[in-house]
Design a protein around this ligand. Sequence first.
Ligand code: ZN
Length: 140
Amino acid sequence: MTLRHPTVTNPEPTDEELLAWLDETVSLPRSAQIEHLVRQSTELQSRLNGLRQTRQSGALTLGEIWRSHRVGCFSREILARYARNEGGAGLSEQIRFHLETVECVWCQAVWESLSEDDLSRTDRVFQTSAGQWNHQDGTH
Ligand SMILES: [Zn+2]
């Protein structure tokens, strides 16, 4: 067991980090740090228990945490657009990277939760843009 004190490189985890840690979605090194901190701190342990209870009661949703803290992530609307192939080349590339390479669990969760409704907006928008393309082709 190492006794290297974690304080400097090891800031106290935020609530969101603790939740992510419970979900095993933090990076491995950070996960080890948090585990270490939690073991040492009864205060953290009680925060963790509190968070667990809050989450079980449904007060803290994945989406809320994600919206406020995962700035590198994509909104549901953007992901839905990507699902409908409306992201555009650059954005689609970023999203694909984020989902498939980064394997962001938050966005994957949103991705998997995209409903029929999110995707059914497809047709209308697709038809609209298809019409525009046709028009552009015609004047070209
Ligand atoms: Zn993400």
